[in-house]
Write a protein that binds this ligand. Structure first.
Ligand code: PLP
Length: 412
């Protein structure tokens, strides 16, 4: 990378699609374009490609081919899991508005006798694809949404989770939905422990692995996870592609009606080229993970040290160790993240001030607030994310730019 080229440090928002992924998917747009549900030869060719992509993709996530439901991305996968599982379990457990009355109020003793309020338990740092789906369940079906707090490194409070699933309330809980890695601060959550706590209370677990796929190993079945969402554009597939991996044992209702593709859980003609792209891109990312992991972590830690050196007031957010490789997030007291972002952009450094998906909104990063950081400080957040190890030259260039930007902005 030459000095004049912009340095892209926003991989958590999205990644480029590599030439070999484009080359692998192109034949399924041009020559082998048939509908995989068609019974003729070309259709069978497309179906075989879809099967092969499904098998490869599943293997790379520690799952089985028939666990994979191809979707349009992380948001759809999270919506399908949270709404679909919660609704199916609500029915299975005989919860909700079975008597046909209204929702009542949690503190309202006059509520109909046969109304047992369904619950969903999420963490306080979930992406809006999960937390918004939970709020939708509250609005339409009267769910209680319980948000488990996190500590100052954004780790989910496991004792609070255990307590939340205890007793009568636990029996009304349809689902626990939590993320594997946080998009704003990169902290990695102890999913296996979360699963063992939830399963001890007979509650299934949905995992949002959108930020983790292709960066850290994922073993869906070994971890005994019930459903898991991934998004292609975070690991080098085109935008608008993703998957929900969901076990056959997990009760789930489709949220899209139609022709019954993808085990009836995601109707709509399948995107064969997209499935091929997902499989190739994930394989490529996992291979890169295996060969570059240490280098990526080392360059992440070098960048963290360099930022601390040039701006001693800057504070790392999230867990210094149990965090995604290639994920650096700081608060810079005395400036706003937005001003810093704009100034760095002018210096050829493209990063982010918080979460990837709050388009055009410069809201205070919600994870930082959940971690107990003061709003004024949380406003000064800056996130730098990358999937290839940075060079020493890159790190010098970034730290010099941050030093100059911070000095310029605090002088005003
Ligand atoms: N979940 C998390 C943790 C994310 O970071 C994102 C996007 O940044 C999503 C879900 C949504 O994924 P998509 O952009 O594919 O809809």
């Amino acid at each position: 990378m030459t000095d004049s080229e912009a340095l892209y440090l926003d991989a958590a928002a999205t990644e480029p699609v590599s030439r070999d992924v484009i080359d692998a998917m192109t034949p399924f747009l041009t020559d082998a374009y048939a509908n995989p549900a068609s019974v003729h030869q070309p259709g069978r060719t497309a179906a075989r490609a879809l099967d092969a992509a499904r098998a490869s993709f599943a293997a790379d996530l520690g799952a089985r081919p028939d666990d994979v439901i191809f979707t349009s991305g992380g948001t759809e996968s999270d919506n399908l899991a949270v709404k679909g599982i919660a609704m199916a379990r609500m029915r299975q457990l005989g919860l909700g508005n079975v008597g046909g009355g209204d929702f009542g109020d949690a503190s309202d003793n006059t509520t109909q006798a046969d109304f047992r309020r369904p619950r969903i338990v999420i963490s306080s740092i979930e992406h809006p694809a999960v937390s918004g789906s939970a709020d939708w369940l509250a609005r339409w079906f009267g769910f209680d949404v319980v948000r488990i707090p996190v500590d100052d490194e954004a780790h989910i409070d496991l004792d609070a989770l255990d307590r939340a699933l205890d007793g009568e309330a636990g029996e009304r809980t349809t689902l626990v939905a939590m993320m594997l890695a946080n998009n704003e601060v990169g902290s990695v959550e102890p999913i296996e422990r979360i699963v063992s706590i939830a399963h001890a209370h007979h509650v299934p677990v949905h995992v949002d692995a959108v930020q983790a796929a292709g960066l850290i190993p994922i073993r869906m079945r070994d971890w005994d996870v019930d459903s898991l969402a991934v998004s292609g554009h975070k690991f080098g597939a085109p935008k608008g592609l993703g998957a929900l991996l969901v076990r056959g044992r997990t009760p789930i209702e489709p949220i899209i009606s139609g022709g019954g593709q993808e085990r009836g859980l995601r109707s709509g003609t399948q995107n064969v080229a997209g499935a091929v792209a997902l499989a190739i891109a994930l394989r490529r990312s996992n291979t890169r993970m295996a060969s570059h992991y240490r280098e990526l972590v080392a360059s992440r830690d070098m960048l963290i040290d360099a930022v601390r050196r040039v701006v001693p007031r800057a504070e790392l957010t999230g867990d210094p160790e149990r965090r995604l490789p290639g994920h650096v997030s700081f608060v810079f007291p005395g400036v706003t993240g937005e001003a810093l972002l704009v100034d760095l952009d002018a210096r050829g450094i493209a990063c982010s001030s918080g979460s990837a998906c709050a388009i055009g909104r410069h809201e205070i990063p919600p994870t930082l607030l959940a971690m107990g950081i003061e709003p004024q400080i949380a406003k000064s957040a800056l996130r730098m994310t990358f999937r290839e190890p940075l060079t020493r030259v890159d790190i010098e260039r970034i730290s010099l730019a941050i030093e100059e930007s911070y000095a310029a902005l605090t002088k005003r």
